[in-house]
Ligand binder design. Structure first.
Ligand SMILES: [Zn+2]
Ligand SMILES: [Zn+2]
Length: 328
């Protein structure tokens, strides 16, 4: 009886140990599982974070690339304003544009570093004319590294120079006292007539108080031969438009004070003061002819008359008169 009891007690004790063992194993398993699940969750969230970071990086780089042409336009505008203020042409407009654009890029890169803690390096590789004469093409090398992410690219931007002032009138006549301008128009006063007289041009006095556009804007009346239709030429001159021209100088050469160049460029007209006289002749009024090396004559082409006062241009009979349809 006593023995049996003892045996029974033993069995009870053993049973208790087994329960504790099982509980311990369960607890450990649970702990291991919990840690594993927690790890998995942490890893997952880390991966998510990296995905967000790389998306953000891509977004910031794309945003940076969108800012490049805006930055360049600002830089070229500032440079052209400086040429106009000082009335001194640039020696090498491509190099100068490269320089001012690189300076602005350095500022932009610093801005992105301060804002996003992303290092971007970039530099202008080339500044070129293209077949669209109102655009300048700028090529830029960009590189950036952020942790394991890397970006490298060569981008091309066509910077439209419409809306900029034309430096040519300022570089040729701007130093004369009677030269002036308002927001849209250059007023030559006596300066242009004097310039032409010094060149030995006949009837240069017809260019006293001549006017010309200040702001470069592409003429929408294309083909140009329709300028002779209705009031097209009147509207064109009142709007101060510029026209594509193989002989007219491009914007890069205008900054260097060249009135003509071998690039595909543009021209505008210089308007003599309206007059009641007819059958006049003087230097052809295209700007590349007026300021060019061999200025040739033009005849009076009237495009608008009111109360006996004619608005007209001097155009060479076979060249510009035909090109603009003023020969009808
Ligand atoms: Zn036009
Ligand atoms: Zn040129």
């Amino acid at each position: 009886m006593k023995l049996k009891n003892k045996f029974n007690n033993l069995t009870k004790e053993n049973k208790g140990n087994i329960y504790i063992g099982i509980a311990a194993i369960l607890l450990i398993s649970f702990l291991i599982l919990s840690v594993a699940i927690l790890n998995l969750a942490i890893n997952e969230s880390k991966e998510n974070k990296e995905a967000i970071a790389s998306d953000e990086y891509e977004y910031i780089i794309q945003d940076y690339k969108r800012n490049i042409p805006i930055t360049y336009k600002e830089a070229i505008k500032e440079l052209s304003e400086e040429v106009i203020d000082k009335k001194i042409p640039l020696d090498d407009s491509k190099e100068e544009i490269k320089k001012v654009c690189n300076e602005k890029l350095a500022n932009l890169n610093q801005e992105y570093y301060n804002k996003y803690n992303i290092k971007i390096e970039s530099s202008v590789k080339s500044v070129e004319n293209i077949s669209e004469p109102f655009d300048i093409r700028i090529e830029t090398y960009i590189s950036s590294v952020k942790n394991e992410m890397k970006y490298e690219d060569m981008v091309e931007n066509d910077i439209n120079i419409e809306g900029f002032k034309d430096p040519i009138p300022f570089l040729y006549c701007g130093k004369e006292m009677s030269f002036s301008y308002n927001e849209t128009t250059v007023k030559y006063g006596n300066s242009l007539a004097k310039y032409l007289e010094d060149k030995g041009i006949k009837n240069s006095s017809y260019y006293i108080n001549a006017t010309a556009p200040l702001i470069i804007r592409k003429c929408p009346y294309d083909p140009y031969k329709h300028h002779g239709d209705g009031f097209t030429m009147k509207t064109c001159r009142d709007s101060g438009y510029y026209h594509e021209s193989a002989d007219g100088s491009c914007y890069l050469c205008r900054l260097e004070g060249k009135s003509g160049c071998f690039h595909y460029g543009f021209e505008t007209f210089i308007n003599p003061q309206p007059s009641n006289l007819t059958n006049l002749s003087s230097a052809c009024g295209s700007d590349h002819v007026i300021f060019g090396e061999d200025t040739y004559p033009g005849i009076e082409c009237i495009y608008y008359s009111q109360n006996g006062i004619n608005e007209f241009l001097f155009l060479d009979p076979n060249g510009h008169r035909v090109k603009y349809g003023m020969d009808k």
